[in-house]
Ligand binder design. Sequence first.
Ligand code: PMT
Length: 396
Amino acid sequence: MSRVLLGISGGIAAYKACELVRLLVRAGHEVRVVATPHALEFVSPLALQALSGHPLRSELFSLSEEDRISHIELADWAEVFAVAPATANLLAKLANGLADDLLTTVALATQAPLVVAPAMNVNMFDHPATQENLERLAKRGARLVGPGTGELACGWTGAGRLVDLEAIVGAIERAGSSDDLRGEVVLLSAGPTAEPIDPVRVLTNRSSGRMGFALAEAAARRGAEVVLVAGPVAQPTPAGVERVDVETAREMQDAVLGSLERATIAIFSAAVADYSVERPTASKLKRESSESLTLRLVRNPDILGQVIERRRGQTVVGFAAETEDLLANARAKLERKGCDLIVANDVSRSDIGFDVSENEVAIVGPAPEQVVEVPRRSKREVAERILDRVLEVRRG
Ligand code: PMT
């Protein structure tokens, strides 16, 4: 149970806040609500007050409000501060540290983890300013949940719906118990490998490392010690993460096996090249030297397979990059490789998978009913769901 301070900003989705308060209270949390004056155009203060069991706060300076608890006391009281819905305007204020009303003042004063559930018109969401604001908030550790995709109240279709309330409750609960991976050592692989052809050319793939880095960031935030073996990517190292940079599959293998013994959880999201060039040349291949060029490739080591052979009690999670029959192929891979879970994603789609900020996955366990489908979400959220599932497996 956590003390949840719920901030509501002024968008049409504010009407869903009553149900969100009800779900949080039903889950055993103590909830206080701060709403912007615009939010109260969409939702009744009386309803929020009745459902939370606490006076609703909206004004920064008000003598008339029954509960005189100051904004600092409110900020200190919160164990989790969640803003749902968060409008584009509110995101801009939060990202820039503005404090011109009670909600934003509390946001600046509180030390509680921040959960943000954006909801707005799709074009406002896609606007670079909004995306930059979200990026800034995420970099500061805010947990972004949603938005969902679909038909919007404004008539447009796309990203901008307030995400399912259950997902918001889940994000709030995770934020309130952010130490659930303390004591675990999480070994991760991320990004592509690059196999040299000559000193300047490589065989590689489109993996950006985003998925693996999101896992590393989430695991570290949740208290784990994290070792991240990263192929050549341009991602910043998440706070508190030990990063080992590698180029080739063989280097990745050495780094992974070198850290396996101390790991308790191992997750492999890297897109490892299955083949490398048998004899990379020491000097640059010359264009003039021949009309055609044949490269002889040899199979790379199966890193995941070697981990399975050497594991001592670690929970091992593989990824499956599939282009057809997602679930059937993922299950076959899980059985063939012998890991505890396989995270399957459809890499034939351009909106998820390789080199984009969102993913949609099925987390497949050994039994047919053990499939958790995670709909299209930011890789940060997908990472949280994967870690939730890993913890469930570890706790039996
Ligand atoms: O990096 P992003 O741009 O964010 O993209 C994320 C992703 C699409 C790369 C990621 O979500 C993903 O699907 N990663 C796995 C890609 C892959 O190589 O899948 P696979 O089905 O070929 O391999 C199965 C598993 O075996 C993977 O866990 C892989 O890391 C591992 N493997 C593969 C080959 C090899 N030689 N050794 C391995 O350990």
